[in-house]
Design a protein around this ligand. Sequence first.
Ligand code: 6GU
Length: 225
Amino acid sequence: MRIDIISVMPELLHSPFEHSIMKRAQEKGLLEVEVHNLRDYGLGKHKQLDDYQFGGGAGMVMMCEPLANCIDDLQKERTYDEIIFLTPDGERYRQSIANQLSLKGNLLLICGHYKGIDERIRELYVTREISIGDYVLSGGELAAAVLVDSIGRLLPGVLGDEQSALTDSFQDDLLAPPVYTRPASFRGKDIPDILRSGNTAKIEEWRYEQALARTQARRPDLLED
Ligand code: 6GU
């Protein structure tokens, strides 16, 4: 899979993909991420990217031309399955969207800043708008990093069997059960006996019950549908 990201703060997007699983995904050639600096498409000698909004009001708006020129250039190289604008007024991100997007070949992510981007870019280019939750970030970069990580780890071959994506919290709409490692006793707290029983069927049953109870207690909304 190939993911292109358009950003006015590309530095924010360097480190997140240079470690651990995302690094390995790229080294294995399963994921290619390229960040494009929108400033390269800025207008005039000041490389202007934003301007006052028509109708007045506080906050600058990202202009059409730099974004359109940047997207046009990228589209000369490849066809995108989705052009996604990261924005707090987008559809709320969830595991099922990550699953869908992981099946695509080429994605283009646009990170917004300031008061947002000119509406006409959304009308002309954007195929999907995503928010990562009900709070406000200073820009779309951290949201883009969340998408790339959550999608990248689903690509076949990225995770080993021992950390299969299929057993994650949310993959079956359940939170994960508690997990333990050595020592079996820590500050007077022992691990549940069942985990040392050697009875794998019983252990799986216990894990399922724990996951269900935890989901009921913390996220009953996940069990509703
Ligand atoms: Cl995608 N962008 C911004 N700026 N804030 C957000 C968001 C995105 N998702 C939640 N808050």
